[in-house]
Design a protein around this ligand. Sequence first.
Ligand code: BG6
Length: 329
Amino acid sequence: MSSEKVLSSASASASAPLASPHAELCRGINGLDKVVLRDPRGSSAEVYLYGAHVTSWKNDHGEELLFVSSKAIFKPPKAIRGGIPICFPQFSNIGSLEQHGFARNRLWTIDADPPPFSTTSSSKTFVDLILKPSEEDMKIWAHSFEFRLRVALGPGGDLLLTSRIRNTSVDGKPFSFTFAYHTYFSVSDISEVRVEGLETLDYLDNLQNRERFTEQGDAITFESEVDKIYLSTPTKIAILDHEKKRTFVLRKDGLPDAVVWNPWDKKAKAMVDFGDEEYKHMLCVEAAAVEKPITLKAGEEWKGRQELSAVPSSYCSGQLDPQKVLHGS
Ligand code: BG6
């Protein structure tokens, strides 16, 4: 427990007590506060208050399922490279706002008393975080909002992220935003990975000025840089890791699009917080709302949910059987 000291009293940034008996506030890398979730059945997750950033998700065998770069910089203002950065109020770098917005490099606080969820979740292992804009934030994005994020571990070790964003404007001003859960999955070898559920869909290619194309052929495989925004995707996407014999299933709600990103070798070398060879061991598949920004009138709330599970890949005469994953229950 060198970098992971349990705090005897809540730190200033965390302030409120944790509601879940399976959540613990600790100090993480560089003394940043993090909340560790430990499900009694063995799975776990870690969430930094800096960015409300999930940096670890482990199954009940203690295997890490998310990729975090060995060169990640756990220091404001740089967002943590890996895990699940939250992109809000914008995905990408359009206009004057910084790339992927500011939620991922702000200090969130523990939400002591979140409004009840409309659907009841059986999970007792969770943390609720909240972000409200500071005066400085209002100068770069002049909108009042409350962003509540619940990170929970489900009974089978699933990782659930639920975002609720409310327009708290008192002068009736609407706002629009784009959004992504920028999930970095840990994979054994990118050349052995296939993504199912996006074939035949339209996408915007970030590597070609966001021009619109239609995906051809079967499952998506990887042999060079990819940076695509798939539009109006199904709610279920599977990421099959042939070598690990593991399939990630991503289910999403309120987030019509899905971004698929791997920087490959040249871009990897250009990033200071990313190892030269690490592109081989990660793949971003991001539940997102990009093409059509979400607009909230004063008083309105939006909800966007992502659920991740990791299951052993089913084999059918030596082949992974994605249909079982995608169309099974
Ligand atoms: C992806 C984008 O979601 O994030 C890419 O599609 C971008 O264009 C990548 O390069 C990483 O962004 P950042 O700001 O975390 O380096």
